[in-house]
Design a protein around this ligand. Sequence first.
Ligand code: DX5
Ligand code: ZN
Length: 221
Amino acid sequence: MREFILSPSLLSSDFGALRSELTALEEAGLKWVHWDVMDGAFVPNITFGPPIIKRLRKTSGLFFDVHLMIERPERYIQEFADAGADLLCIHAESTLHLERTVSAIREAGMQAGLSLNPATPLGVVEYLLPQLDMVLIMSVNPGFGGQSFIPFCKDKIATLSAMIRSRGLQTLIQVDGGVTLHNAKELFDLGADVLVSGSAFFGFPPYAERHKAFQEAVGAK
Ligand code: DX5
Ligand code: ZN
C-alpha cells in the first residue's frame, strides 16, 4: 500500500491563531502542513511570507510544505531556506529558468517541488523529473480556497503517475484544489500521494477526526 499524506492548507485556517492551529494539527497526528504564499501578482491574493514561517518554525515539528505562488521565486529561495521550509514548490509559469531555480532549491537544502497550473501541459516536467522531489498538479486556478475541482486534471495525474513509474522514480505527486472527502479516494487511486485540503479540512474540526475521515476515505492507515 502506498503511503497517503494529507497536507492541510493553512489558507483556510484562522490566520489570527496560526500558532495554535499548527499545534492542533500536530496533536491531531498530521505530519505535513501546506503554506500558500501569495504575492498579489502571480495570483490576486496576498498571504504571508518568510518572517511568519520562520517565527512559527520554532514551535512546530510539522513538515513545512511551502507552495510559492509568487513571480520570480528565484529571488527568495535563501529566505525560505532560512525560514525553515522543508519543501519549496515553485510554479512552472512563474520563472523562465526552471532548471536553475530547482537546482538552487536543492542546493539550499530543501526538497524541490514544481507546480503546474491546470492548463499547463505535463511536458514541462519531462527533463526535470529526476531533480524533483514532488510535482504539484493544481486542480483549480491558484489564488483562492473553496473552488471546484477541474475534472480534466484527473488525466494529468494518471499520465504523470505512469511517467514516474515507467522511469523508476520516487517523485511524489501532490494535488491541490477542490479536494474533498468525496474525490480523495479517486485521486489517490489515480496516483496522488499528497492531497492538499483547505476548506474541506479546516471547516470540519476536530482535526484528528477529519484526518481519520480522509485516511479512511482513501483506504489508507
Ligand atoms: C489555492 C491554494 C490551495 C487552497 C486549496 O491557490 O493553492 O492550497 O488552499 O483550497 P481548497 O482545498 O479549499 O480548494
Ligand atoms: Zn496550495
